[in-house]
Design a protein around this ligand. Structure first.
Ligand code: SF4
Length: 831
């Protein structure tokens, strides 16, 4: 790895510049003498010139810092640009986040940038699903969209404009929210309920932080992972791979890793122990571990006394959750549960961490509260080697948003996804709720939908239902650079975005380092097509709306370009004088210009180190402690019950009962506020549909865009090397033999609603009997040439709504990607 702080190299280091005319003639002469005999017909100087041509016109090679966007981790990268073409992506060696490393996904930024199937400029069509697209100018496109938005506002319906997004990194999320608020819609709806929201909500319920937490993996001694691909699909993969090497090989004491997962994942193969748990029962295991830790007196008494609220109530509750009880539910032997509990509590510091496999169930928040409580019991939160709460950069405060009466009135409407209402009381987003609203008209019908990094027609469960819903949208705007499922079937107009290597776009670190860190994407090449940064599109729309009379919207977005927005926000970091840009202390810059130039040179700012034992920072709760007894749930239930009793004229107790029933919570009394066991909702009858379909993420495809990269498709599976450009379903060999299914047979997977997909069977000992595993990423019916028509998408058979109930998590609205029973049989045609 070359390290050059100027990030500028030449393939042939400026050789020709040093060659004087006299030297050139001399060299020509030498070359001539050696070749005169065989090349006598040729002019001496022309031959020499040919020989020297590559040196006379050297290519310019630059390494330009930016930030990867193949997942939300935000690793620093250097893009090698030769004569204006991006040719390679490497890790930025100075970035403390990834220290020069990148995971396989980083490289495909080049595929996205130069993909021949990119949308080349703004387009419009008159008829849905027709391929009759017409290219238009940006001026026309902005005018058309602004007029539609203006009309909606003038009709007093700004709340019927719904923004659906995915990867909003850095300041982009706040910026979009700002536009939506000034416009008058409460409906900026992120994708997070299709991600791992329950983890964040569970953190909030017990620790007061509604976001992911960081883990000091490098200094821990024991890692207990529930339902997450620690080294293949966790974020940042790059950092975790490096830390894995450190804690397993480099350190004197080797960290013990135990993976709890129904599938033998890559992380499980690299762990000391794999506990193949029954899907959806991770909470039962965590409760039994707590039972052993508490009853054997292995918990950290000083820590619990000082920093835990509700310990005595929890001690009482866990008595029923014995290892024997948990063994029947989870399938993990009781003596294993006892041993793991003892190891976890006595090998300090220890970390219990989990991800979507354990949480994206109807009982997910209670599951994760139980898992995270293990950390509190052994005193691991806020200490070296334990759990840390990521800090953010000191960006400058946003200016006030100006709202006219239309905006004020629009914002009074309930969110269309019902996030934060009694339906999903702690949810941040319920993007799948947009489908519900379109199908039921409740709470109201969306009229205009605009998407950014979003493709509900591929990523949401029960896709047929989603297709039916989005047909009803009156006007759909997409910012996608690709003609994916949403664009092909729903979009009326496309305002294609730059790829991340062509635009300005910052990034705040994904929870990992603990201390604040932020990176800056700058355009590394000229735009390949006639595309725009979506930030600039919003500014253009705001201006156009201003011209159409919505002046408060325009005044709320007072910047000329999105890079100006970034400069505005980053001036807060400059003014704070905190941290360093690369190696340079911010306090040494005398002007913002100097600070900004350094930022573009090094690509990131950071303010280490993390301050441990800062309890006020760690516990943002009413008691200032870790609340095993969640006052957040208690108060929310009281607040909603009071509203409901007034609205429905019933007693508060009756209202509470109705709410608990709505949330499908069987427990009563204090148990409701404590981690406890609730059966997960699962669609389908076990006799007829004997398998649970477990969809999982691969390292190559962890975040969705690898499906359109030949490099990723060549290396799709870490285990089954003969599989390329294809998806598959893993089935335990005993199950397969019973069903007469052989390795590589074509099989049909059918769910209880009759939806079917076809794929190939792989007999795999790492599949738990009764569970079939299928990677999520392939099965596109649109998108680029590499993705279209390859493999099958498990989301087509994953059920979202069952017997009139949604299978989503009761508090967070997280989609349940694992709670569908299926049958599987040989067949080469869906029929
Ligand atoms: S971990 Fe994420 S951000 Fe880092 S290199 Fe891999 S894909 Fe890019």
């Amino acid at each position: 790895m070359r390290i050059n702080l100027n990030y500028k190299f030449y393939v042939i280091p400026n050789y020709h510049m040093k060659l004087t005319r006299r030297e050139f003639v001399k060299l020509s002469g030498l070359v001539t003498v050696g070749t005169l005999v065989s090349y006598k017909a040729r002019s001496i100087s022309s031959f020499a010139e040919d020989m020297l041509q590559p040196y006379l016109n050297p290519m310019e090679e630059r390494f330009i810092p930016s930030v990867c966007l193949q997942c939300p981790a935000g690793c620093g990268i250097l893009v090698r640009v030769v004569n204006g073409k991006a040719v390679k992506i490497e890790g930025n060696p100075l970035s403390p986040l990834n220290r020069g490393g990148v995971c396989p996904k980083a490289h495909i930024g080049l595929h996205i940038l130069y993909d021949p199937d990119r949308i080349k400029g703004p387009m419009i069509r008159n008829e849905r699903k027709s391929n009759n697209w017409k290219s238009i100018s940006w001026k026309e496109a902005i005018r058309i969209v602004a007029e539609r938005l203006s009309e909606l506002r003038k009709n007093g319906e700004p709340h019927k404009f719904v923004w659906m997004d995915g990867r909003v990194r850095g300041n982009m999320g706040d910026f979009i929210s700002r536009f939506m608020k000034a416009y008058g819609s409460p409906n900026k709806i992120g994708h997070s309920n299709t991600c791992s929201d329950t983890v964040e909500i569970a953190h909030y319920l017990v620790q007061g932080h509604k976001h992911y937490l960081g883990y000091d993996f490098a200094r821990t001694n024991y890692i207990l992972v529930f339902g997450g691909g620690l080294i293949e699909a966790w974020r940042p993969t790059t950092r975790l791979l490096r830390i894995y090497g450190h804690i397993r090989r480099e350190r004197a004491n080797r960290v013990k890793i135990v993976v709890v997962d129904p599938r033998l994942t890559t992380s499980a193969t690299k762990a000391d122990e794999w506990l193949p748990i029954k899907p959806g029962t991770d909470g039962a295991l965590a409760l039994a571990l707590a039972n052993v830790i508490i009853n054997e007196g292995l918990y950290d008494k000083d820590y619990v006394n000082a920093h835990v609220y509700g310990f005595n109530e929890y001690r009482e509750i866990v008595q029923e959750y014995t290892p024997e009880w948990a063994s029947k539910i989870t399938g993990i032997p009781s003596d294993t549960i006892v041993r793991v509990a003892r190891e976890f509590a006595t090998t300090k510091p220890a970390i219990a961490a989990g991800q979507r496999g354990a949480m994206m169930w109807s009982n997910g928040a209670y599951n994760y509260m139980a898992i995270h409580t293990l950390n509190a019991l052994v005193g691991s939160i806020g200490v070296p080697g334990g759990i840390i709460v990521q800090k953010g950069p000191p960006f400058k405060e946003w200016p006030e948003i100006e709202k006219d009466t239309i905006a004020e009135e629009g914002l009074k409407n309930v969110r269309i996804d019902l996030a934060g209402t009694e339906e999903y009381p702690f949810a941040k987003n319920n993007q799948t709720g947009v489908t519900d609203a379109l199908l039921t008209g409740k709470p109201y019908m969306p009229k205009i939908v605009m998407t950014y990094y979003n493709n509900a027609l591929f990523s949401h469960p029960e896709i047929e239902r989603v297709y039916k819903a989005f047909e009803k949208v009156e006007f759909a705007i997409s910012t996608s650079p690709f003609m994916s499922e949403f664009e092909e079937n729903v979009a009326d107009i496309i305002l294609p975005e730059d790829t991340y290597l062509e635009r300005w776009h910052d990034d705040k670190v994904y929870p990992s380092l603990g201390y604040p860190y932020a990176g800056m994407r700058q355009p590394v090449v000229e735009k390949v097509h006639d595309t725009q940064n979506a930030g600039d599109v919003l500014l253009m729309l705001a201006k156009e709306l201003g011209e159409l009379g919505h002046t408060s919207v325009a005044r709320s977005m007072p910047w000329n370009s999105y890079v100006d927005v970034l400069k505005y926000r980053w001036s807060g970091i400059f003014e704070s004088k905190r941290g360093r840009v690369g190696p340079i202390p911010v306090s040494s810059f005398s002007t913002f210009g100097e600070f900004w130039n350094a930022l573009l040179k090094y690509g990131y700012w950071a303010d280490p180190p993390y301050k441990f034992y800062d309890w006020e920072h760690e516990f943002k709760t009413e008691t200032g402690k870790f609340e095993i007894y969640s006052l957040k749930i208690k108060h929310k239930l009281e607040e909603l019950a009071e509203e409901k009793s007034k609205k429905e004229g019933i007693s508060i107790e009756e209202a509470k009962e109705k709410l608990l029933e709505k949330w499908n919570i069987k427990a009563r009394g204090d148990k409701v506020f404590l981690p406890h066991w609730e059966e997960p909702l699962i669609a389908g009858d076990e006799k007829e549909y004997p398998f649970i379909l477990n969809s999982y993420k691969l390292m190559t495809h962890a975040e969705g865009r690898g499906a359109n990269s030949p490099w990723m498709l060549e290396h799709i599976s870490p285990y089954f090397m003969d599989i390329k450009y294809e998806s598959w379903v893993e089935i335990n060999p005993e199950d397969a033999t019973r069903l007469g299914i052989n390795n590589h047979d074509e099989v049909i997977i059918e769910n209880p609603k009759g939806y079917k997909i076809k794929t190939i069977a792989i007999l795999f000992e790492g599949a738990r009997p009764g569970v079939v595993n299928m990677p999520f990423e392939l099965g596109h019916k649109a998108y680029g040439r590499w993705a279209r028509g390859i493999g099958a998408n498990p989301n087509e058979v994953i059920i979202d709504e069952w017997n009139g109930k949604y299978l989503r998590e009761r508090f967070s609205a997280s989609v349940n990607y694992f709670a569908t029973r299926v049958k599987i049989y040989r067949g080469d045609s869906i029929g």
